[in-house]
Design a protein around this ligand. Structure first.
Ligand code: SAM
Length: 331
């Protein structure tokens, strides 16, 4: 983990301790909270207990990668719901708690700060065990060795098959990033393109090699981290093909991904991307969620978006979860 991630982790621990602590206080000292219950609300004690329970629960859920997004959203909602108590305290100029008006009014903006913190923390993901580090080739290689490749759809995506069938001219030099078992690599090369299949999993490339050994397809197999490609392949490709590699790398590597694609494409080269999953809410992965604005932002100044649509040729399990986005290198 980088230093920045340690700070993020520390912020999660402190925030979690804070909410659990305050939540427990709702039960050990309800009187403290009862003082600021707005008179127009019913069931004061019950509301104090319920809000305390949620503070404890959400504080605990904040600690785990796979529950953090929902915990943060829950905390934002909770902070909005308890805001009337803070307003009431301010309206009494602090008398409800026997504190000064400055403190009573001064507390209000802090509620927004807490909301902002929860919003920022929603996407934090921490990986402590190297075995689960998706940035390492061993993580992926083990999946191919154990044949735990749920993402593999067993053949080329019909979206690509259709695109290639309708394409009148050949593309030229194509690079497939994170090609895995390479079904799409084979499809692209069937049309006389020179395809560079890149993956840092030895086993994935080996599987692809076994499949093409008897063919005369123009496929170059490259066992390499995609982020090293700019060392040997600057301005080299007419097209970069993306399918389920972007969602497999850590989201904090995505800007780097777009920079890389820009560097290895020739002038006017095309990034043909089928991006997925658009439907995912939490940011635990892989696959990590994708969203259109993020992709558009990374494209600014580097690519024009030529096409951007939901295809009706997606396989049933991926229908309405993926988008075809075709970008052209502009600078
Ligand atoms: C979810 S799989 C998708 C494989 C293939 N595109 C498919 O659709 O079946 C992601 C692939 O990206 C590869 N990968 C992830 N990060 C990579 C990196 N930094 N460099 C090279 N390959 C990477 C993994 O080894 C894995 O084969």
């Amino acid at each position: 983990m980088k230093i920045k991630d340690y700070f993020k982790f520390l912020s999660i621990i402190l925030t979690s301790i804070f909410y659990i602590n305050v939540g427990i206080k709702h039960f050990t000292d309800p009187q403290w909270f009862l003082q600021i219950m707005p008179p127009y609300l019913p069931f004061h004690l019950e509301l104090v207990y319920i809000s305390g329970l949620f503070e404890i629960l959400l504080g605990i859920l904040l600690l785990f990668n796979f529950t953090r997004y929902h915990a943060c959203m829950g905390l934002i909602l909770l902070l909005v719901l308890v805001f009337p108590a803070n307003i009431y305290l301010a309206q009494t100029n602090g008398k409800a708690m026997d504190i000064s008006p400055i403190i009573a009014w001064g507390r209000l903006p802090f509620q927004l700060v807490f909301i902002g913190i929860a919003y920022l923390q929603r996407d934090f993901v921490f990986i402590f065990n190297k075995k689960y580090d998706i940035g390492l080739s061993s993580f992926w290689n083990d999946k191919y060795i154990d044949e735990k490749t749920k993402w593999d759809i067993g053949g080329p995506t019909p979206i690509l098959t259709n695109y290639m069938k309708n394409k009148k001219t050949n593309i030229g030099k194509v690079c497939v990033l994170g090609c895995g078992n390479g079904h799409d690599v084979i499809e692209l090369s069937r049309y006389n393109n020179e395809v560079y299949a890149v993956d840092f999993s030895k086993q994935a490339i080996q599987n692809l090699e076994n499949k093409i050994s008897d063919s005369n397809l123009k496929i170059k197999l490259i066992i390499e981290d995609i982020f090293n490609l700019d060392q040997n392949y600057l301005n080299s490709f007419d097209m970069v093909y993306e399918y389920t590699c972007y969602c497999a790398i850590h989201p904090n590597q995505r800007k780097r991904y777009f920079d890389l694609v820009h560097k290895i494409l020739k002038k006017d080269g095309i990034l043909y991307g089928i991006f997925i999953p658009f439907d995912k809410k939490t940011n635990n992965g892989p696959p990590f969620k994708v969203n259109l604005n993020e992709i558009k932002n990374y494209a600014i100044g580097k690519f024009d978006i030529i096409e951007n649509y939901v295809s009706d040729l997606s396989i049933p399990q991926r229908r309405n979860r993926e988008r075809v986005i075709i970008l052209k290198k502009i600078a």
